[in-house]
Ligand binder design. Sequence first.
Ligand SMILES: NC(=O)c1ccc[n+]([C@@H]2O[C@H](COP(=O)([O-])OP(=O)(O)OC[C@H]3O[C@@H](n4cnc5c(N)ncnc54)[C@H](OP(=O)(O)O)[C@@H]3O)[C@@H](O)[C@H]2O)c1
Length: 323
Amino acid sequence: MEWMWTDVFSHPLWAFSTLILGLVVRAQRRGPWDPRACPVELKGKTAIVTGANTGIGKFVALDFARRGARVILACRSEARGSAAMREIRQRSGNEDVHLRLVDTSSLTSVREFADRILKEEKQLHILVNNAGASGLPTQITSDGLEVSFATNHVGPFLLTNLLLDLMKRSAPARIVTVSSANHWRGTVDFSHFRGDNISYGMDTVYNHTKLHNIICTNELARRLQGTGVTANSLHPGVVMTEVMRHYNLLMRFLFNLVGIFFFKSAKEGAVSTIYCAVSEEVEGITGKYFDSDCSLVLPAPLARDPALAVKDFEFCERLTAKL
Ligand SMILES: NC(=O)c1ccc[n+]([C@@H]2O[C@H](COP(=O)([O-])OP(=O)(O)OC[C@H]3O[C@@H](n4cnc5c(N)ncnc54)[C@H](OP(=O)(O)O)[C@@H]3O)[C@@H](O)[C@H]2O)c1
């Protein structure tokens, strides 16, 4: 019988080697740092996690709750946020977990949220800017901002700045911003903020916003030198969450199919954020960017340009002051 190259696929060795490869890839998704082995306790500490009702944010909030923190879930949906709050309380045994509503795409909502936090909270030790969205359709918000920029960057930028004095009074404190390795494909053009000169291919706009996250976090860290408040950003990995919800069915199907083998679970994807927020290793480290395996790595050259960082930060300050 003639041998065909496709016979390889029906050979038992093919199935076996595929299984072994799959298991090796799965095992490698775990980074060397294990939150469960980190003894840091957060009793008496207060933490805010934005976008904590699902995905990465929910596991970050759960970890903080298990460490005994007072945790504020900053979510935009009362129903989804309440469900997450109940789940986190039940799984952690910590009743000091609370829901406060905020829509990061609306500067009015961000100001109302921050006002309430400043009235209710005496201290704030950890702020995790996690809420974000990819593939949002073209839209200009009521503040006149491009919606992905508003959601992923301008809203979180304003929120962080409104809470800064409280964090300084609570020092040592940490600001952690969940960016993405996609920032490598981002560019800086200040007209993007208003939706001008933007092309909407795939995740193009998202990539720009994630680059601004790192640039402004680095400048914030520089400004916070000596205050005891640190600011770092990170890539969580490619993580099986609801992050693809704004893409078409085919894209979502392919993402989930490939993801079964190669991508992290939401729990695994939360690790680099938890590392930046609580680990002793990161104590005092500021203005840095961490990879999904918790290693300290250099971000893209644009994110390392200090003159651009000053310009970007001042631009965002003027933008949020006016709106
Ligand atoms: N998953 C990945 O592969 C990946 C890779 C790199 C970076 N990231 C980043 O990781 C972060 C978390 O994403 P995820 O993967 O966990 O995605 P996810 O499952 O879609 O969770 C995103 C969270 O952000 C919230 N959110 C979105 N827009 C918001 C708004 N305008 N106001 C308030 N909350 C809002 C969502 O709330 P609703 O449920 O109410 O929409 C949800 O809680 C994001 O910043 C994302 O860019 C993810």
